[in-house]
Ligand binder design. Structure first.
Ligand SMILES: Cc1cc2nc3c(=O)[nH]c(=O)nc-3n(C[C@H](O)[C@H](O)[C@H](O)COP(=O)(O)OP(=O)(O)OC[C@H]3O[C@@H](n4cnc5c(N)ncnc54)[C@H](O)[C@@H]3O)c2cc1C
Length: 421
Protein backbone atom coordinates (compact mmCIF):
# COMPACT_ATOMS: atom_id res chain seq x y z
CA UNK A 1 0.00 0.00 0.00
CA UNK A 2 1.41 3.35 -1.04
CA UNK A 3 0.87 6.22 1.38
CA UNK A 4 -1.66 8.65 -0.03
CA UNK A 5 -0.50 12.25 0.09
CA UNK A 6 -2.21 15.53 -0.61
CA UNK A 7 0.31 16.02 -3.45
CA UNK A 8 -0.70 12.69 -5.03
CA UNK A 9 -4.30 13.67 -4.74
CA UNK A 10 -3.90 17.09 -6.35
CA UNK A 11 -1.69 15.79 -9.15
CA UNK A 12 -4.05 12.92 -9.95
CA UNK A 13 -7.27 14.86 -9.70
CA UNK A 14 -6.16 18.12 -11.32
CA UNK A 15 -7.09 21.31 -9.53
CA UNK A 16 -9.99 22.13 -11.88
CA UNK A 17 -11.82 18.87 -11.20
CA UNK A 18 -11.42 18.99 -7.46
CA UNK A 19 -14.42 21.19 -6.71
CA UNK A 20 -16.68 18.92 -8.77
CA UNK A 21 -15.42 15.77 -7.04
CA UNK A 22 -15.61 17.04 -3.48
CA UNK A 23 -18.55 19.07 -2.28
CA UNK A 24 -16.39 20.43 0.56
CA UNK A 25 -14.30 22.46 -1.91
CA UNK A 26 -14.67 26.20 -1.31
CA UNK A 27 -13.55 29.20 -3.35
CA UNK A 28 -11.79 27.06 -5.92
CA UNK A 29 -9.62 25.36 -3.28
CA UNK A 30 -10.05 21.71 -2.43
CA UNK A 31 -10.99 20.86 1.13
CA UNK A 32 -9.71 17.49 2.26
CA UNK A 33 -12.02 14.67 1.27
CA UNK A 34 -14.19 13.55 4.15
CA UNK A 35 -15.03 9.91 4.91
CA UNK A 36 -17.71 9.11 7.45
CA UNK A 37 -17.51 5.64 9.04
CA UNK A 38 -20.58 4.26 10.84
CA UNK A 39 -19.81 1.67 13.53
CA UNK A 40 -16.66 1.37 15.64
CA UNK A 41 -16.51 -2.42 15.78
CA UNK A 42 -14.08 -4.69 13.94
CA UNK A 43 -14.85 -3.40 10.46
CA UNK A 44 -15.49 0.29 11.15
CA UNK A 45 -12.69 0.98 13.64
CA UNK A 46 -10.14 -0.64 11.29
CA UNK A 47 -11.41 1.30 8.27
CA UNK A 48 -11.26 4.62 10.17
CA UNK A 49 -7.72 3.91 11.37
CA UNK A 50 -6.31 2.87 7.99
CA UNK A 51 -7.99 5.69 6.06
CA UNK A 52 -6.06 8.09 8.29
CA UNK A 53 -2.88 6.01 8.52
CA UNK A 54 -2.49 5.23 4.82
CA UNK A 55 -4.06 8.54 3.83
CA UNK A 56 -1.14 10.27 5.61
CA UNK A 57 -3.46 12.94 6.97
CA UNK A 58 -4.85 14.01 3.57
CA UNK A 59 -8.29 12.57 4.32
CA UNK A 60 -10.59 13.63 7.15
CA UNK A 61 -12.31 10.73 8.88
CA UNK A 62 -15.30 10.87 11.22
CA UNK A 63 -16.25 7.69 13.09
CA UNK A 64 -19.80 7.58 14.46
CA UNK A 65 -20.79 4.99 17.05
CA UNK A 66 -23.81 5.05 19.31
CA UNK A 67 -21.75 3.68 22.19
CA UNK A 68 -18.78 5.20 24.04
CA UNK A 69 -16.79 2.00 23.47
CA UNK A 70 -17.01 -1.37 21.78
CA UNK A 71 -17.45 -4.57 23.82
CA UNK A 72 -15.86 -7.28 21.68
CA UNK A 73 -17.84 -10.37 20.79
CA UNK A 74 -14.49 -12.07 20.19
CA UNK A 75 -13.56 -13.94 23.42
CA UNK A 76 -16.96 -13.01 24.91
CA UNK A 77 -17.96 -16.67 25.33
CA UNK A 78 -15.14 -16.79 27.89
CA UNK A 79 -16.96 -14.24 30.02
CA UNK A 80 -19.59 -16.95 30.59
CA UNK A 81 -17.14 -19.24 32.38
CA UNK A 82 -15.16 -16.43 34.05
CA UNK A 83 -12.00 -16.90 31.97
CA UNK A 84 -12.03 -13.22 30.93
CA UNK A 85 -13.94 -10.13 32.07
CA UNK A 86 -16.08 -8.14 29.70
CA UNK A 87 -14.18 -5.05 30.78
CA UNK A 88 -10.89 -6.53 29.55
CA UNK A 89 -12.36 -6.98 26.04
CA UNK A 90 -14.10 -3.60 25.81
CA UNK A 91 -12.26 -1.00 23.76
CA UNK A 92 -12.60 2.77 23.62
CA UNK A 93 -11.84 4.91 20.58
CA UNK A 94 -9.12 7.08 22.17
CA UNK A 95 -6.32 5.33 20.27
CA UNK A 96 -8.06 6.10 16.98
CA UNK A 97 -8.42 9.78 17.82
CA UNK A 98 -5.12 10.47 19.63
CA UNK A 99 -2.82 8.34 17.47
CA UNK A 100 -4.52 8.55 14.11
CA UNK A 101 -6.53 11.78 14.18
CA UNK A 102 -9.94 10.16 13.67
CA UNK A 103 -12.78 12.46 14.76
CA UNK A 104 -15.04 10.34 16.96
CA UNK A 105 -18.71 11.22 17.37
CA UNK A 106 -20.88 9.40 19.90
CA UNK A 107 -24.31 9.34 18.31
CA UNK A 108 -26.62 7.01 16.42
CA UNK A 109 -26.97 7.30 12.67
CA UNK A 110 -30.70 7.27 12.01
CA UNK A 111 -30.82 7.83 8.30
CA UNK A 112 -28.59 7.73 5.24
CA UNK A 113 -29.39 10.25 2.50
CA UNK A 114 -27.36 9.05 -0.51
CA UNK A 115 -28.61 11.80 -2.85
CA UNK A 116 -27.38 14.51 -0.46
CA UNK A 117 -24.29 12.52 0.53
CA UNK A 118 -25.07 12.94 4.20
CA UNK A 119 -26.14 10.96 7.25
CA UNK A 120 -28.60 12.17 9.84
CA UNK A 121 -27.79 11.56 13.50
CA UNK A 122 -30.24 10.92 16.35
CA UNK A 123 -29.19 14.32 17.76
CA UNK A 124 -30.59 15.94 14.60
CA UNK A 125 -27.17 16.88 13.21
CA UNK A 126 -26.36 16.12 9.56
CA UNK A 127 -22.87 14.99 8.59
CA UNK A 128 -21.78 15.34 4.96
CA UNK A 129 -19.44 12.84 3.37
CA UNK A 130 -17.52 12.27 0.16
CA UNK A 131 -17.49 8.54 0.88
CA UNK A 132 -19.45 6.64 3.49
CA UNK A 133 -18.31 3.36 5.10
CA UNK A 134 -20.95 1.32 6.93
CA UNK A 135 -20.02 -1.41 9.40
CA UNK A 136 -23.00 -1.54 11.77
CA UNK A 137 -23.01 -5.31 12.33
CA UNK A 138 -26.29 -7.20 12.47
CA UNK A 139 -29.86 -7.11 13.65
CA UNK A 140 -32.08 -10.06 14.64
CA UNK A 141 -35.27 -11.50 13.21
CA UNK A 142 -38.20 -11.43 15.59
CA UNK A 143 -39.00 -14.77 17.25
CA UNK A 144 -42.58 -14.93 18.61
CA UNK A 145 -42.58 -14.82 22.41
CA UNK A 146 -38.86 -14.14 22.73
CA UNK A 147 -38.00 -11.58 25.40
CA UNK A 148 -34.23 -11.13 25.46
CA UNK A 149 -34.41 -9.75 29.02
CA UNK A 150 -35.39 -13.27 30.12
CA UNK A 151 -33.85 -15.36 27.36
CA UNK A 152 -30.68 -13.57 26.25
CA UNK A 153 -29.05 -14.01 22.85
CA UNK A 154 -25.65 -12.72 24.07
CA UNK A 155 -24.78 -12.46 20.38
CA UNK A 156 -23.90 -8.78 20.68
CA UNK A 157 -21.46 -8.45 23.55
CA UNK A 158 -22.33 -6.21 26.49
CA UNK A 159 -25.27 -6.34 28.88
CA UNK A 160 -26.58 -9.49 27.21
CA UNK A 161 -23.31 -11.31 27.93
CA UNK A 162 -23.46 -10.34 31.59
CA UNK A 163 -27.09 -11.40 31.82
CA UNK A 164 -26.34 -14.87 30.45
CA UNK A 165 -23.34 -15.18 32.78
CA UNK A 166 -25.49 -14.30 35.81
CA UNK A 167 -28.13 -16.82 34.76
CA UNK A 168 -25.51 -19.55 34.40
CA UNK A 169 -24.04 -18.72 37.80
CA UNK A 170 -27.52 -19.15 39.31
CA UNK A 171 -28.21 -22.42 37.47
CA UNK A 172 -28.96 -25.21 39.96
CA UNK A 173 -26.55 -28.09 40.29
CA UNK A 174 -27.21 -30.66 37.56
CA UNK A 175 -29.41 -28.12 35.71
CA UNK A 176 -30.15 -27.81 32.00
CA UNK A 177 -28.93 -25.16 29.57
CA UNK A 178 -30.83 -25.09 26.27
CA UNK A 179 -29.64 -23.04 23.32
CA UNK A 180 -30.66 -22.55 19.71
CA UNK A 181 -28.57 -21.87 16.62
CA UNK A 182 -30.04 -19.92 13.69
CA UNK A 183 -29.76 -20.93 10.04
CA UNK A 184 -26.65 -19.77 8.13
CA UNK A 185 -25.40 -17.20 7.43
CA UNK A 186 -24.98 -15.86 10.95
CA UNK A 187 -22.27 -13.98 12.87
CA UNK A 188 -19.29 -16.22 13.79
CA UNK A 189 -19.86 -19.70 12.29
CA UNK A 190 -18.06 -21.68 15.06
CA UNK A 191 -19.31 -19.37 17.84
CA UNK A 192 -22.46 -21.26 18.95
CA UNK A 193 -20.68 -24.64 19.03
CA UNK A 194 -17.86 -23.01 20.99
CA UNK A 195 -20.47 -21.65 23.43
CA UNK A 196 -21.95 -25.13 23.91
CA UNK A 197 -18.47 -26.43 24.85
CA UNK A 198 -17.67 -23.53 27.19
CA UNK A 199 -20.98 -23.94 29.03
CA UNK A 200 -20.60 -27.75 29.21
CA UNK A 201 -17.13 -27.30 30.68
CA UNK A 202 -18.49 -24.80 33.20
CA UNK A 203 -21.34 -27.12 34.25
CA UNK A 204 -18.92 -29.99 34.70
CA UNK A 205 -16.41 -27.96 36.74
CA UNK A 206 -18.72 -25.69 38.73
CA UNK A 207 -22.13 -27.36 38.89
CA UNK A 208 -21.30 -31.02 39.31
CA UNK A 209 -22.57 -31.83 35.81
CA UNK A 210 -25.78 -30.97 34.02
CA UNK A 211 -27.01 -30.92 30.46
CA UNK A 212 -26.49 -28.69 27.42
CA UNK A 213 -29.16 -29.14 24.74
CA UNK A 214 -28.23 -27.62 21.39
CA UNK A 215 -31.07 -27.06 18.91
CA UNK A 216 -29.43 -26.34 15.56
CA UNK A 217 -31.59 -25.09 12.65
CA UNK A 218 -28.84 -26.28 10.30
CA UNK A 219 -28.64 -29.89 9.07
CA UNK A 220 -25.17 -30.37 10.60
CA UNK A 221 -22.36 -28.60 12.45
CA UNK A 222 -21.32 -25.89 10.03
CA UNK A 223 -17.78 -25.01 11.19
CA UNK A 224 -14.88 -27.12 12.55
CA UNK A 225 -17.05 -30.20 12.13
CA UNK A 226 -14.35 -32.67 13.15
CA UNK A 227 -13.43 -30.70 16.28
CA UNK A 228 -16.96 -30.11 17.53
CA UNK A 229 -18.22 -33.59 16.66
CA UNK A 230 -15.39 -35.03 18.76
CA UNK A 231 -16.10 -32.54 21.55
CA UNK A 232 -19.83 -33.27 21.61
CA UNK A 233 -19.53 -37.07 21.29
CA UNK A 234 -16.43 -37.70 23.41
CA UNK A 235 -15.25 -34.78 25.59
CA UNK A 236 -18.81 -33.93 26.64
CA UNK A 237 -20.52 -37.29 26.13
CA UNK A 238 -23.57 -37.41 28.40
CA UNK A 239 -23.56 -33.61 28.82
CA UNK A 240 -24.06 -32.13 25.32
CA UNK A 241 -27.14 -33.30 23.47
CA UNK A 242 -26.79 -32.00 19.90
CA UNK A 243 -29.94 -31.97 17.73
CA UNK A 244 -29.48 -30.89 14.09
CA UNK A 245 -32.34 -29.79 11.81
CA UNK A 246 -34.23 -28.36 14.77
CA UNK A 247 -35.61 -24.84 14.28
CA UNK A 248 -37.07 -22.82 17.13
CA UNK A 249 -40.25 -21.09 15.99
CA UNK A 250 -41.63 -19.74 19.27
CA UNK A 251 -40.42 -19.13 22.80
CA UNK A 252 -42.15 -19.11 26.17
CA UNK A 253 -39.64 -16.72 27.71
CA UNK A 254 -40.94 -16.83 31.30
CA UNK A 255 -41.02 -20.64 31.20
CA UNK A 256 -37.65 -20.91 29.39
CA UNK A 257 -39.34 -23.24 26.88
CA UNK A 258 -38.35 -23.40 23.22
CA UNK A 259 -40.99 -24.57 20.72
CA UNK A 260 -39.56 -26.31 17.65
CA UNK A 261 -40.94 -26.49 14.11
CA UNK A 262 -41.60 -30.22 14.72
CA UNK A 263 -43.94 -29.36 17.62
CA UNK A 264 -41.57 -30.35 20.42
CA UNK A 265 -41.19 -28.20 23.56
CA UNK A 266 -37.68 -28.13 25.06
CA UNK A 267 -37.27 -26.54 28.50
CA UNK A 268 -34.13 -25.42 30.30
CA UNK A 269 -33.22 -23.80 33.60
CA UNK A 270 -31.38 -21.29 31.43
CA UNK A 271 -32.31 -20.67 27.78
CA UNK A 272 -30.24 -18.93 25.13
CA UNK A 273 -31.86 -18.22 21.75
CA UNK A 274 -29.67 -16.88 18.94
CA UNK A 275 -32.19 -15.61 16.37
CA UNK A 276 -31.62 -15.44 12.60
CA UNK A 277 -29.70 -12.36 11.54
CA UNK A 278 -29.65 -9.75 8.78
CA UNK A 279 -28.26 -6.32 7.96
CA UNK A 280 -29.65 -3.55 10.23
CA UNK A 281 -32.74 -1.53 9.23
CA UNK A 282 -30.57 1.56 8.65
CA UNK A 283 -29.24 -0.12 5.52
CA UNK A 284 -32.62 -1.46 4.43
CA UNK A 285 -34.22 1.98 4.67
CA UNK A 286 -31.48 3.39 2.43
CA UNK A 287 -32.12 0.72 -0.23
CA UNK A 288 -28.77 -0.97 0.39
CA UNK A 289 -30.10 -4.44 1.27
CA UNK A 290 -30.25 -5.86 -2.23
CA UNK A 291 -28.64 -9.31 -2.31
CA UNK A 292 -30.61 -12.33 -3.56
CA UNK A 293 -31.85 -13.18 -0.04
CA UNK A 294 -32.87 -9.54 0.57
CA UNK A 295 -31.12 -9.76 3.94
CA UNK A 296 -27.62 -8.38 3.28
CA UNK A 297 -26.02 -5.51 1.38
CA UNK A 298 -24.68 -6.34 -2.08
CA UNK A 299 -21.17 -4.95 -2.66
CA UNK A 300 -18.33 -5.20 -5.15
CA UNK A 301 -15.58 -7.10 -3.27
CA UNK A 302 -12.89 -5.01 -5.00
CA UNK A 303 -13.63 -2.13 -2.62
CA UNK A 304 -16.87 -3.07 -0.84
CA UNK A 305 -18.74 -0.33 -2.69
CA UNK A 306 -22.49 -0.86 -2.63
CA UNK A 307 -24.09 -2.18 -5.81
CA UNK A 308 -27.08 0.05 -5.02
CA UNK A 309 -25.47 3.43 -4.24
CA UNK A 310 -22.07 4.62 -5.46
CA UNK A 311 -19.88 6.24 -2.83
CA UNK A 312 -21.27 4.04 -0.04
CA UNK A 313 -19.22 1.05 1.15
CA UNK A 314 -20.47 -1.77 3.38
CA UNK A 315 -18.04 -4.01 5.25
CA UNK A 316 -18.20 -6.59 8.05
CA UNK A 317 -21.19 -8.71 8.93
CA UNK A 318 -23.75 -6.58 7.04
CA UNK A 319 -22.40 -7.25 3.54
CA UNK A 320 -23.12 -10.15 1.22
CA UNK A 321 -19.86 -11.38 -0.31
CA UNK A 322 -20.33 -14.82 1.27
CA UNK A 323 -17.17 -14.56 3.38
CA UNK A 324 -17.68 -15.62 7.01
CA UNK A 325 -19.26 -13.05 9.29
CA UNK A 326 -16.26 -12.69 11.58
CA UNK A 327 -14.26 -9.93 13.21
CA UNK A 328 -10.91 -10.97 11.79
CA UNK A 329 -12.17 -10.91 8.23
CA UNK A 330 -14.07 -7.64 8.87
CA UNK A 331 -10.66 -6.19 9.78
CA UNK A 332 -9.25 -7.48 6.45
CA UNK A 333 -12.23 -6.19 4.44
CA UNK A 334 -11.81 -2.79 6.09
CA UNK A 335 -8.22 -2.51 4.84
CA UNK A 336 -9.25 -3.39 1.28
CA UNK A 337 -12.07 -0.87 1.51
CA UNK A 338 -9.79 1.88 2.90
CA UNK A 339 -7.22 1.21 0.18
CA UNK A 340 -9.89 1.36 -2.55
CA UNK A 341 -11.28 4.66 -1.22
CA UNK A 342 -7.83 6.25 -1.06
CA UNK A 343 -7.11 5.04 -4.60
CA UNK A 344 -10.44 6.45 -5.77
CA UNK A 345 -9.49 9.84 -4.32
CA UNK A 346 -6.33 9.60 -6.41
CA UNK A 347 -8.36 8.70 -9.49
CA UNK A 348 -6.97 5.17 -9.44
CA UNK A 349 -8.85 1.84 -9.75
CA UNK A 350 -8.96 -0.56 -6.77
CA UNK A 351 -6.48 -3.41 -6.32
CA UNK A 352 -7.68 -5.98 -8.91
CA UNK A 353 -6.70 -9.05 -6.83
CA UNK A 354 -7.65 -8.53 -3.18
CA UNK A 355 -7.03 -11.34 -0.70
CA UNK A 356 -8.64 -11.60 2.73
CA UNK A 357 -8.05 -14.02 5.55
CA UNK A 358 -9.68 -15.02 8.78
CA UNK A 359 -8.44 -16.97 11.76
CA UNK A 360 -10.53 -18.01 14.67
CA UNK A 361 -9.69 -19.83 17.89
CA UNK A 362 -12.40 -21.80 19.68
CA UNK A 363 -12.03 -22.67 23.36
CA UNK A 364 -13.14 -26.29 23.88
CA UNK A 365 -12.34 -26.65 27.59
CA UNK A 366 -11.05 -24.17 30.17
CA UNK A 367 -7.47 -24.80 29.01
CA UNK A 368 -7.62 -26.13 25.44
CA UNK A 369 -8.66 -24.54 22.14
CA UNK A 370 -8.85 -25.40 18.46
CA UNK A 371 -8.48 -23.08 15.49
CA UNK A 372 -9.94 -22.51 12.04
CA UNK A 373 -8.42 -20.48 9.24
CA UNK A 374 -9.67 -19.48 5.81
CA UNK A 375 -8.29 -17.29 3.03
CA UNK A 376 -10.25 -15.82 0.12
CA UNK A 377 -9.05 -14.47 -3.21
CA UNK A 378 -10.97 -12.36 -5.73
CA UNK A 379 -12.03 -14.36 -8.77
CA UNK A 380 -12.24 -12.02 -11.76
CA UNK A 381 -14.32 -14.52 -13.79
CA UNK A 382 -17.20 -14.52 -11.30
CA UNK A 383 -16.56 -11.25 -9.45
CA UNK A 384 -16.71 -13.19 -6.16
CA UNK A 385 -14.33 -13.93 -3.29
CA UNK A 386 -13.34 -17.60 -3.51
CA UNK A 387 -11.83 -19.81 -0.81
CA UNK A 388 -8.13 -20.58 -1.25
CA UNK A 389 -8.20 -24.29 -0.25
CA UNK A 390 -4.47 -24.65 0.41
CA UNK A 391 -4.62 -21.76 2.93
CA UNK A 392 -7.74 -22.93 4.77
CA UNK A 393 -8.19 -25.61 7.42
CA UNK A 394 -8.82 -26.46 11.06
CA UNK A 395 -6.68 -27.72 13.96
CA UNK A 396 -6.19 -31.47 14.24
CA UNK A 397 -7.23 -31.40 17.87
CA UNK A 398 -7.67 -28.90 20.72
CA UNK A 399 -4.45 -28.21 22.64
CA UNK A 400 -3.17 -26.12 25.54
CA UNK A 401 -0.76 -24.37 23.20
CA UNK A 402 -3.70 -23.27 21.02
CA UNK A 403 -5.40 -21.92 24.13
CA UNK A 404 -2.37 -19.71 24.87
CA UNK A 405 -2.02 -18.67 21.22
CA UNK A 406 -5.69 -17.64 21.21
CA UNK A 407 -4.95 -14.70 23.51
CA UNK A 408 -1.95 -13.61 21.44
CA UNK A 409 -4.02 -13.71 18.25
CA UNK A 410 -6.92 -11.81 19.85
CA UNK A 411 -4.69 -9.15 21.43
CA UNK A 412 -2.99 -8.50 18.09
CA UNK A 413 -6.36 -8.14 16.39
CA UNK A 414 -7.68 -5.83 19.14
CA UNK A 415 -4.54 -3.65 18.98
CA UNK A 416 -4.66 -3.39 15.19
CA UNK A 417 -8.40 -2.68 15.07
CA UNK A 418 -8.72 -0.13 17.84
CA UNK A 419 -5.45 1.70 17.18
CA UNK A 420 -3.77 0.59 20.41
CA UNK A 421 -0.39 0.27 18.68
C1 LIG B 1 -19.80 -15.16 20.86
C2 LIG B 1 -19.08 -14.63 19.65
C3 LIG B 1 -17.76 -15.00 19.44
C4 LIG B 1 -17.08 -14.52 18.31
N1 LIG B 1 -15.79 -14.93 18.11
C5 LIG B 1 -15.13 -14.53 17.02
C6 LIG B 1 -13.79 -14.97 16.77
O1 LIG B 1 -13.20 -15.73 17.54
N2 LIG B 1 -13.17 -14.51 15.64
C7 LIG B 1 -13.76 -13.67 14.78
O2 LIG B 1 -13.13 -13.29 13.79
N3 LIG B 1 -15.05 -13.24 14.97
C8 LIG B 1 -15.74 -13.65 16.05
N4 LIG B 1 -17.03 -13.22 16.26
C9 LIG B 1 -17.71 -12.42 15.22
C10 LIG B 1 -17.38 -10.93 15.30
O3 LIG B 1 -17.59 -10.43 16.59
C11 LIG B 1 -18.24 -10.14 14.30
O4 LIG B 1 -18.19 -10.78 13.05
C12 LIG B 1 -17.70 -8.72 14.15
O5 LIG B 1 -17.88 -8.04 15.37
C13 LIG B 1 -18.38 -7.97 13.01
O6 LIG B 1 -17.82 -6.70 12.87
P1 LIG B 1 -18.71 -5.49 12.33
O7 LIG B 1 -17.80 -4.32 12.23
O8 LIG B 1 -19.50 -5.93 11.16
O9 LIG B 1 -19.78 -5.25 13.50
P2 LIG B 1 -19.56 -4.98 15.05
O10 LIG B 1 -18.19 -5.38 15.46
O11 LIG B 1 -20.72 -5.58 15.74
O12 LIG B 1 -19.63 -3.39 15.20
C14 LIG B 1 -20.81 -2.68 14.94
C15 LIG B 1 -20.70 -1.32 15.63
O13 LIG B 1 -21.62 -0.43 15.00
C16 LIG B 1 -22.26 0.34 15.98
N5 LIG B 1 -23.55 0.75 15.38
C17 LIG B 1 -24.51 -0.07 14.88
N6 LIG B 1 -25.51 0.66 14.35
C18 LIG B 1 -25.17 1.96 14.51
C19 LIG B 1 -25.80 3.20 14.17
N7 LIG B 1 -26.98 3.23 13.52
N8 LIG B 1 -25.20 4.37 14.50
C20 LIG B 1 -23.99 4.34 15.14
N9 LIG B 1 -23.35 3.20 15.48
C21 LIG B 1 -23.92 2.03 15.17
C22 LIG B 1 -22.37 -0.58 17.19
O14 LIG B 1 -22.50 0.16 18.41
C23 LIG B 1 -21.07 -1.36 17.11
O15 LIG B 1 -20.02 -0.73 17.87
C24 LIG B 1 -17.73 -13.67 17.39
C25 LIG B 1 -19.07 -13.29 17.62
C26 LIG B 1 -19.74 -13.78 18.74
C27 LIG B 1 -21.16 -13.36 18.95
Amino acid sequence: MRPFTRRHFLVAAGASTVAAMFPHAVRGQAARPHVVVVGGGFGGATAAKYLRHWGAGAVDVTLVDSRPNHPSCILSNLVLNDQVTLRSITFGFDGLSSRFGVRVVRDRVDRIEPDLRQVRLASGEHVRYDRLVLSPGITFDRVPGLDSRLVPHAWKAGGQTHLLRRQLAALPSGGTFVMSISPVPYRCPPGPYERACVVADYLRREKGGGQVIVLDANPQIIAERHTFTTAFEQTYAGIIDYRPDTSVVEVDSAGRALHTAAGEVVRGDVANVIPAQRAPGLLRRAGLVNDASRRWAGVDPLGYESTAHPGIHVIGDAQATGQPKAGHIANAEAKICADAILRAFEGLPPDPEPVTNSACYSPITSDTASWLTAAFRYDAATGAMKVVPESSGEAESPTRENYRDMFGWANNLFADTFGLS
